[in-house]
Design a protein around this ligand. Structure first.
Ligand code: URA
Ligand code: SF4
Length: 217
């Protein structure tokens, strides 16, 4: 019998599921079977990142939403449509970016059984559990630039003191998972859809993405 000084939640981690030295295809296959934290139980499937291994820019969102969970692809729902439009307007071809999320399973609640699934923000602990997947994606893709979409991605990559309002539209240089990275944070595209003034919020997103686009020129 062991006396437990930590809660079982402290052991949440994707680490044992991540194969060493794997390419994106092998990582994606392994991630499909991840049980590193409880989020895999209620979600339909793992939504791994998508894009070329030689992509110059990596976009990191929060977690898959309802549509992403159904289709198994990141940013294919309403937030993804906003993101693609804003990227194109800033001069970044969405098809040339590697797109992923800090957390790879959809977390949700239901107001009532069989009712619509409502997005629930992942905890820092869930994001930390999932971080080995993002670290593996970064190691393979080695992007020139990471675009950080919102607070969850920001905290996952830059620490819990990250604040979107302070960091958005600036260029940060940090060591992340042992590699020097350049990052441009911005708001999460779904916040544009919730904003009172959607047009102003959208133009703010485009302005931040312009900063990223200039670095890629
Ligand atoms: N929101 C995200 O953060 N990621 C997705 O893939 C979809 C919506
Ligand atoms: Fe694994 Fe991440 Fe899914 Fe948790 S959310 S089970 S760590 S892939």
């Amino acid at each position: 019998m062991s006396s437990r000084t930590t809660s079982p939640e402290d052991r949440y981690t994707a680490e044992p599921f991540v194969p060493d030295g794997a390419d994106l295809t092998a990582l994606r296959e392994a991630a499909a079977g991840c049980r590193g934290c409880p989020l895999h139980r209620d979600a339909t499937r793992t939504v791994f990142g998508e894009g070329a291994a030689d992509a110059r820019v990596m976009l990191v969102g929060e977690q898959p939403g309802d549509q992403e969970d159904r289709q198994g692809r990141p940013f294919v729902g309403p937030a993804g449509q906003v993101l693609d439009r804003a990227l194109a307007q800033a001069g970044i071809d969405p098809g040339e970016a590697y797109v992923t999320n800090a957390v790879k399973h959809f977390k949700f609640t239901r107001a009532e059984p069989r009712k619509r699934r409502i997005h629930k923000a992942p905890t820092l602990r869930e994001a930390a559990a999932c971080a080995p997947w993002l670290a593996a994606e970064l190691a393979v893709v080695e992007p020139e630039l990471i675009v950080v979409l919102g607070a969850t991605a920001g905290k996952a990559l830059l620490g819990s003191s990250f604040k979107v309002t302070e960091a958005r539209g600036t260029v940060l240089e940090r060591e992340i998972h042992g590699r020097p990275e350049r990052l441009v944070p911005t708001v999460h595209p779904s916040s544009v859809l919730r904003a009172d003034d959607r047009e102003a919020a959208y133009q703010g997103l485009v302005a931040d993405l312009d900063v990223a686009a200039r670095l890629l020129r």
